[in-house]
Design a protein around this ligand. Structure first.
Ligand SMILES: NC(=O)CC[C@H](N)C(=O)O
Length: 337
């Protein structure tokens, strides 16, 4: 009988990369002071015996780092392993445990480059497993449940935090001290409760199977950097980034992605010299940048990031630049993804 249920369960692989979900603190009172990326995947899986009721789970330690230290090389390595597993007949779903600081970047990257409709779920936690009211155990249980469920197929890369099922494209870390840290400006796709998924909406943007990008064709990612807009800003950072080789600069702009008059001439000059200028917004609840509003983008030949925050705009720009150097093509991609 046991063998029968095992056969019916989906096969889910957990790729572990580190973060707080693998963190450990000195005392149960340490919810914020602890070391990330300490606990191995086998120990995490062993700590949740209930996983075996929702899927046949196995783990792989891909790396063991805090996610602020993830490099483009790490992204490519992870992306390639996800693609290999997605191609494998005996894998039905993939979970990636990840630090929450750049979780939204990795989730969006995978959403763009993985050519599969198998569920890919990225998950983290806000408290280490050693803390009181640790959230990692339930988040991971939810991630495995969602990854093992056929209803998750074809919905792009997903993120399960705080019982919500979020689109990896939209979701962002909005606050760093609450367990309800991850929000999308456009709302979650669904909820996962007691291992069961409840869906309410679908992603409208191109992703995975419908994406023109493929991890298998990406050898390396170009240098794309971010510079921050604020009052009395100077153009020093923009110029320095270009000088150090940035192919595109994401302007993490104020409000509608507005650009200070102290910076505009430098950005016009950089564009003439071949650097792509992409206007995004760093407003907290979600920016919304439109062409030729605030700045004459047609005249300047700049691109707008629309609703992508600066860090997500960097991901799309890197992936897009592996295919085109044309600003109009870039802009099309920023509308479609
Ligand atoms: N909550 C977290 O996961 C943050 C821990 C660490 N800074 C990381 O992103 O990996």
């Amino acid at each position: 009988k046991e063998a029968e249920t095992q056969q019916k369960l989906s096969n889910v692989v957990i790729l572990a990369t580190g973060g707080t979900i693998a963190g450990a603190g000195a005392s149960a009172a340490n919810s914020a002071t602890y070391q990330a990326a300490k606990v191995g995947i086998e120990q995490l899986i062993a700590g949740i015996p209930e996983l075996s009721q929702v899927a046949n789970v196995r783990g792989e330690q891909v790396m063991q780092i805090a996610s602020e230290s993830i490099t483009n090389e790490n992204l490519l390595q992870l992306g390639r392993r996800v693609a290999e597993l997605a191609d494998s007949k005996d894998v039905d779903g993939i979970v990636i445990t990840h630090g929450t600081d750049t979780l939204e970047e990795t989730a969006y990257f995978l959403n763009l480059v993985e050519k599969t409709d198998k569920p890919i779920v990225v998950v983290g936690s806000m408290r280490p497993g050693t803390a009181m009211s640790a959230d990692g155990m339930l988040n991971l249980y939810n991630a495995v449940s969602v990854a093992g469920n056929k209803s998750s197929r074809g919905k792009g890369v997903l993120v399960t935090m705080n019982d919500e099922i979020q689109s990896g494209r939209d979701v962002s870390k909005m606050i760093n001290i609450k367990t309800e840290a991850f929000k999308s400006p456009w709302g979650p796709l669904g909820m996962v409760v007691e291992g069961k998924s409840y869906w309410f909406r679908l992603p409208a943007k191109r992703h995975t199977m419908d994406s023109e990008f493929d991890i298998k064709n990406i050898k390396s990612l170009p240098d794309v950097e971010i510079a921050y807009g604020y009052g009395n800003v100077s153009d020093t950072a923009y110029k320095a980034l270009a000088q150090s080789g940035a192919k595109a600069i994401i302007h993490a702009g104020t409000g509608n992605g507005s650009v200070s008059s102290r910076v505009v001439p430098a950005l016009q000059e950089l564009r003439k010299n071949g650097v792509q200028i992409i206007r995004s917004s760093h407003v907290n609840a979600g920016g919304f940048v439109l062409r030729n509003a605030e700045q004459p983008d047609d005249k300047n030949d700049w691109v707008v990031a629309h609703d992508l925050n600066p860090q997500k705009a960097r991901i799309l720009a890197m992936v897009a630049l592996t295919k085109t150097q044309d600003s109009k093509e870039l802009q099309r991609m920023f509308w479609e993804y």
